[in-house]
Design a binder for this molecule. Structure first.
Ligand SMILES: Nc1ncnc2c1ncn2[C@@H]1O[C@H](COP(=O)(O)OP(=O)(O)OP(=O)(O)O)[C@@H](O)[C@H]1O
Ligand SMILES: O=P(O)(O)OC[C@H]1O[C@H](OP(=O)(O)OP(=O)(O)O)[C@H](O)[C@@H]1O
Length: 235
């Protein structure tokens, strides 16, 4: 077996930009079965099988080694598993899909400008309010890691799969961890990013799995394909 699998986003904001990025490198991704098909190819590259997946599944399968190369957001690699970053190699940043994963508090918390202020708030919270500080987020892993690094342990996460920024105003949580690009959603919901509250700067990346089964033949195919794009695997 010398062929390799390339996974690209099947939908969402990264789909078209990914196709355009490959096209600019002279590689045309085809989807012979149409938009509902999950199998594709790259014209003139019979050793590459293209698979279409949601961005979050691409991150998971790269980490598990079930796909060889893929395009997804760096944030999803960090969020999917604590071992995510070590399980992959970033072959190239793609300069689109940019978003910062941030900690944001209500604008009315005027004394809270840095993570160390938040640490003080968190440790007093239970005594003052009779409950833990609540953080609305879908970035549970990233939150756990960064709050531990900031020495903050006294909080609870409230898992939010959409409209996270609405959680403080609606009383579901006190603060949020979410991604932001222009900042307009945070501002519209009366939230402010802490001055040292950027936990991760994310963008779409071309990512190689370290955990895939890299036989010498498949490795040679990988380096050849990446060489055509002008990058190396970093394996
Ligand atoms: N403004 C933004 N909002 C959300 N995601 C963004 C934004 N800008 C870039 N991204 C990136 O896009 C990726 C998520 O893409 P997409 O929304 O297609 O994924 P998904 O989670 O599979 O979609 P869905 O939420 O529809 O299931 C993440 O890596 C994220 O960082
Ligand atoms: O900083 P901004 O430019 O305002 O962008 C950030 C917002 O965009 C995304 O939500 P989206 O509208 O894509 O909905 P989602 O929650 O389904 O991802 C993200 O979850 C933020 O809410």
């Amino acid at each position: 077996m010398t062929g390799i699998t390339l996974a690209v986003p099947s939908k969402g904001r990264l789909e078209e930009l990914t196709r355009d990025w490959f096209a600019a490198k002279g590689m045309t991704i085809t989807r012979p079965g149409g938009a509902r098909s999950y199998l594709g190819a790259i014209e003139g590259m019979p050793d590459v099988t293209v698979r279409f997946f949601p961005a979050s599944e691409i991150a998971r399968e790269l980490i598990r080694g079930n796909i060889d190369v893929g395009v997804t957001g760096l944030d999803l690699i960090h969020e999917t598993s604590e071992t995510g970053p070590a399980s992959v190699s970033i072959a190239s940043k793609l300069d689109f899909g940019k978003a910062d994963c941030v900690v944001a508090v209500p604008e009315s918390w005027i004394d809270v400008t840095h993570m160390h202020d938040l640490a003080d708030v968190a440790s007093d919270f239970r005594a003052r309010h009779g409950r833990w500080l609540r953080i609305a987020t879908k970035y549970i892993t990233i939150t756990r890691q960064h709050f531990a690094k900031a020495g903050i342990a006294e909080y609870r996460t409230v898992e939010s799969l959409g409209a996270t920024e609405a959680a403080p105003a609606s009383g579901v949580a006190d603060i949020v961890v979410d991604i932001t690009t222009t900042g307009s959603t945070l501002a519209a919901n009366g939230l402010r990013v802490l001055e040292d509250g950027v936990m991760l700067r994310s963008e779409a990346c071309l990512i190689v799995s370290r955990t895939a089964d890299w036989s010498p033949e498949r490795r040679a195919t990988l380096e050849q394909v990446l060489g055509d794009i002008g990058v190396s695997s970093g394996l």
